[in-house]
Design a protein around this ligand. Structure first.
Ligand SMILES: [Zn+2]
Ligand SMILES: [Zn+2]
Length: 301
């Protein structure tokens, strides 16, 4: 089933592959009529982007954001939607999980460069400069382990996956690399889920739990845990969850039904979590007209 409304879409401003206009062009080719960009930790929204979309026959009715959070030892991604939640205090608060990661990535880059690897400095990486000095894109790109790994694989002969695992404490081929510790605990690296929900609510945003079951397949969380945690999230002001997501497969239908029985007022939202060619299903998962209308009624500002 294809949807014309997709409320979970990433661009090059976080870990997506394409610029906002490129994503808009792809969305048009897939019949999407309404979309919201939900980049990690940063708001992708401007008059230019909205009018580019309008010319392509696509409406961008809201600002969106996705935040990495932690609750009782489990990671959750919170989506926020608002007409306008641009505010420097809020934006720097929401930037925290990304800022913490960036500090470590900069150390890794310094280590690689001082070990003789000819890779760009982090600012050049964000601008999309290739190892040979040409540009892969001329825009901002979230500073991720995946991004650095793509440079490392170009100069080291490792595959991107092998290079990527260097940053999570995986392989150390021929002991060429020094592992840089993550330093802080998980609790210290992410924002508390309920605090993020409350903060976004303060600024008029509607909050939705993204892909609720994503840590239930070998990542230490269980569906029972997630369902139990929902009461805390609802108390903090959570409006709904992604009933449809690329990371919700058939084995979680039952858990979703349980949630619905316990909390029938929760809004069903859905999105593709589009990232580009690796997660390509723009519009394949989405939100129904009715749930979209309910969400829009909840957006205050
Ligand atoms: Zn996510
Ligand atoms: Zn996402």
């Amino acid at each position: 089933m294809n949807f014309t409304i997709d409320l979970h879409v990433h661009t090059i401003n976080s870990d997506g592959q394409y610029t906002p206009p490129e994503v808009i062009d792809i969305a048009r080719s897939k019949g999407v009529k309404t979309l919201v960009f939900t980049d990690h930790s940063g708001i992708t929204h401007s008059k230019e982007i909205v009018s580019y979309a309008k010319r392509a026959g696509i409406e961008i009715p809201l600002m969106g954001i996705e935040i990495s959070t932690i609750h009782k030892g489990n990671k959750y991604h919170v989506l926020g939607y608002a007409k306008n939640f641009r505010n420097s205090e809020l934006e720097s608060y929401l930037m925290y999980p990304t800022a913490i990661k960036n500090e470590r990535y900069i150390k890794i880059i310094e280590m690689l460069r001082s070990s003789g690897y000819n890779i760009p400095v982090h600012r050049e990486m964000l601008k999309g400069i290739n190892v040979n000095g040409t540009y892969m894109h001329k825009d901002k790109w979230m500073f991720t382990g995946t991004l650095i790994a793509s440079y490392v694989s170009q100069v080291s002969g490792l595959s991107p996956d092998e290079a990527r695992s260097l940053f999570s404490g995986g392989i150390y081929p021929e002991k060429r690399f020094i592992y840089i510790e993550k330093g802080k605990s998980r609790e210290e690296r992410y924002l508390p889920t309920c605090e993020v929900i409350r903060k976004l609510r303060e600024y008029g945003a509607v909050t939705i739990l993204a892909h609720p079951w994503w840590e239930c397949t070998g990542r230490g969380n269980t569906t029972e845990n997630v369902i139990a945690h929902f009461q805390d999230f609802i108390d903090a002001g959570l409006a709904g969850f992604e009933a449809l997501s690329q990371q919700n497969d058939e084995c979680f239908v039952e858990a979703g039904n349980k949630l619905d029985k316990m909390y029938p007022h929760l809004l069903h939202v859905g999105g593709s979590d589009y990232h580009g060619d690796k997660r390509p299903d723009l519009g394949v998962r989405g939100v129904t007209e009715e749930n979209y209308r309910k969400l829009m009624e909840m957006v205050r500002i």
